[in-house]
Design a binder for this molecule. Structure first.
Ligand code: HAM
Length: 424
C-alpha cells in the first residue's frame, strides 16, 4: 500500500477544540476595528511577485529566503502573500481610495505564507489580524493604531504582554544612522558570521536584530537611532510617547527594536509576550511606513499599521485558559453607543471587555458570549424613557442583576474575583 500523504511541514490544522479561541480572537478583532471606524478589506491570497519584492525590500529575509513563489500557466511570477501591508496599499490605489476622505482605515484577517524553518510558534501558513491607516502623517494615528492593538490583547484577557516602541527615523536622518552603525561594526567585521556580514553590507539596521552571540554582545554599545533623529522625527516620537502615556498604556522604549521588513519609517513597535523568547518573542508588530507607497510607484502617501499573529496568541490563550472575559452587548440598537462607551470606560480601568457591536438579536449575542466562555455579560439597555440601565449576568451562576452605573466597576471586579476563586 502506498504511504498515506503527509501534512506538509510547517502547516497545521485548526481543530474543533481550537475553534473557540479563533472565534474569540476574530470577534474581538472585528469589534475593535469596526468600533474604531476601520473597514474590512480582503485582498487575494497571491499577488504578482514584484509587489513584494518592491515592498519588503530585496534585502529583507522575507524576500531573500521566505517567499512561496511560482510561475502561473502564463509564465508570470506570482507569490503567496507573506504579509498584508503591500497588498492593502496596492488595493487602496487600485480602488482610488486616495481620492476620498483621509485617512482610510482598513483591517483584515486571514492567512499568510512564509517559507521559514518551522519551529514552535512559527508556521509556513499563519494568520494575522491587521490594521492599516493610510493617508495621514500625524503621530496621533500611530497612537490610535498602537492603542487598538494593546486593547485587543486586553479584550482577550491576555496577560504578560509588553509593548516595545522605537523610532528608526526617515529618509532624511536614517542614512546618517546607517553610516554610524557601519562605522561602529567595521572593526569587528571579520569576527561576525556570514549572515551578519551580509546584513552589514545590505542593511546594517538588521544587525540590531541579530541572534548571533558575538553580534549581540556588540549591540550594547552600538549607536542608537534615537540619537540620530532629525527634528520632525524626534518631535513625532515625543508625540507618540506622550499619546501612549495619556492613553494609560505602559510601554518600553527599546532602542534595539528594528522590524524584519524594510519599509518602516519613524515609529516601529512590537507586542511581546513573557512566555515567548528568542526569534519568536513577538506576538505582533507594526509601525509607520511613509515611504512604501512611493517605493511601489504610487503617489507618496504616509501610513501606519500593525499585524498581530493569531497562531501565537491562540497558543497563549489556550495555556492560560481561565482568563475571565467580560462580554458587553446592547439589548436594543439604541443602546449601542452607550454600551461602547461603557466598555471603553471599563477597559480604561484595566479590565478586558469584548464589545459586541453587531446588530444581531439578543439571544444570538448571548449565545456568542457563552461560546466565548465569557464569565460575565454586561447587558446595556435604553428603554423608552431614555434612562440607560445596565445588568450583569453571571454566566456560570446563570444569575442576573441590575446595577447602578456608579457601582458597576466595583461589582464587576468583585464578581470576577469570585469567579477566579470558584473552580469551574
Ligand atoms: P511581521 O512582524 O512580519 O509584520 O508579522 C506580524 C506578526 O505575524 C508577528 O509578530 C507574528 O506574531 C506573526 N507571524 C509572522 N510570521 C509568522 C510565522 N511564520 N508563524 C507564525 N506567526 C508569524 C508584518 O507582517 C507587517 N505587515 C505588519 C504591519 C502592518 N506593519 C505595518 N502594517
Amino acid at each position: 500500500m502506498p504511504a498515506a500523504p503527509q501534512r506538509p511541514r510547517g502547516l497545521k490544522d485548526i481543530l474543533p477544540a481550537e475553534q473557540p479561541y479563533w472565534v474569540v480572537m476574530t470577534r474581538a478583532a472585528e469589534a475593535m476595528a469596526v468600533g474604531a471606524g476601520y473597514q474590512r478589506i480582503d485582498t487575494p491570497i497571491f499577488e504578482a511577485t514584484e509587489l513584494f519584492v518592491r515592498t519588503v525590500g530585496e534585502t529583507s529575509d522575507v524576500v531573500t529566503k521566505e517567499m512561496y513563489t511560482f510561475l502561473d500557466r502564463g509564465g508570470r511570477s506570482m507569490t503567496l502573500r507573506p504579509e498584508g501591508t503591500a497588498p492593502v496599499v496596492r488595493a487602496y490605489f487600485d480602488a482610488a481610495m486616495n481620492n476620498g476622505p483621509q485617512p482610510v482605515r482598513l483591517y483584515y484577517l486571514g492567512p499568510f505564507f512564509r517559507y521559514d524553518r518551522p519551529q514552535a510558534g512559527r508556521f509556513r501558513q499563519f494568520h494575522q489580524f491587521g490594521l492599516e491607516a493610510i493617508g495621514d502623517a500625524g503621530a496621533g494615528l500611530d497612537v490610535e493604531v498602537i492603542t487598538l492593538g494593546w486593547r485587543w490583547y486586553g479584550a482577550l484577557g491576555l496577560r504578560g504582554v509588553s509593548l516595545q516602541v522605537n523610532s528608526i527615523g526617515d529618509a532624511e536622518c536614517r542614512p546618517r544612522y546607517r553610516d554610524a552603525l557601519r562605522q561602529y561594526f567595521r572593526p569587528y567585521l571579520d569576527s561576525l558570521p556570514a549572515d551578519d556580514r551580509a546584513r552589514f553590507e545590505r542593511n546594517p539596521l538588521r544587525l540590531l536584530d541579530s541572534k548571533d552571540p558575538q553580534s549581540m554582545s556588540l549591540l550594547e554599545a552600538a549607536p542608537r537611532s534615537l540619537d540620530f533623529l532629525c527634528e520632525p522625527c524626534r518631535a513625532a516620537f515625543a508625540q507618540v510617547q506622550a499619546g501612549l502615556g495619556r492613553a494609560g498604556i505602559p510601554f518600553a522604549v527599546n532602542p534595539h527594536l528594528v522590524r524584519g521588513l524594510d519599509y518602516y519609517t519613524r515609529t516601529a513597535f512590537e507586542y511581546w509576550h513573557e512566555s515567548l523568547s528568542g526569534a519568536q518573542n513577538s506576538l505582533g508588530g507594526g509601525g509607520r511606513y511613509d515611504g512604501l507607497a512611493e517605493d511601489l510607484g504610487y503617489r507618496p502617501t504616509p501610513a501606519v499599521g500593525f499585524a498581530l499573529g493569531l497562531d501565537r496568541t491562540e497558543g497563549i490563550l489556550q495555556a492560560q485558559e481561565s482568563a475571565p472575559a467580560i462580554y458587553a452587548l446592547a439589548v436594543e440598537p439604541s443602546a449601542l453607543e452607550g454600551m461602547k462607551a461603557l466598555a471603553e470606560q471599563i477597559r480604561e480601568r484595566g479590565l478586558a471587555v469584548i464589545a459586541d457591536v453587531s446588530d444581531a438579536q439578543l439571544d444570538v449575542k448571548l449565545r456568542r458570549a457563552d461560546r466565548m466562555r465569557a464569565a460575565l455579560v454586561l447587558l446595556v439597555g435604553l428603554p423608552e424613557d431614555g434612562t440607560e440601565c445596565v445588568s450583569i449576568r453571571d454566566m456560570k451562576a446563570r444569575a442576573q442583576q441590575q446595577v447602578k452605573r456608579g457601582e458597576l466597576h466595583d461589582r464587576v471586579r468583585g464578581m470576577l474575583a469570585a469567579h477566579a476563586a470558584v473552580p469551574g
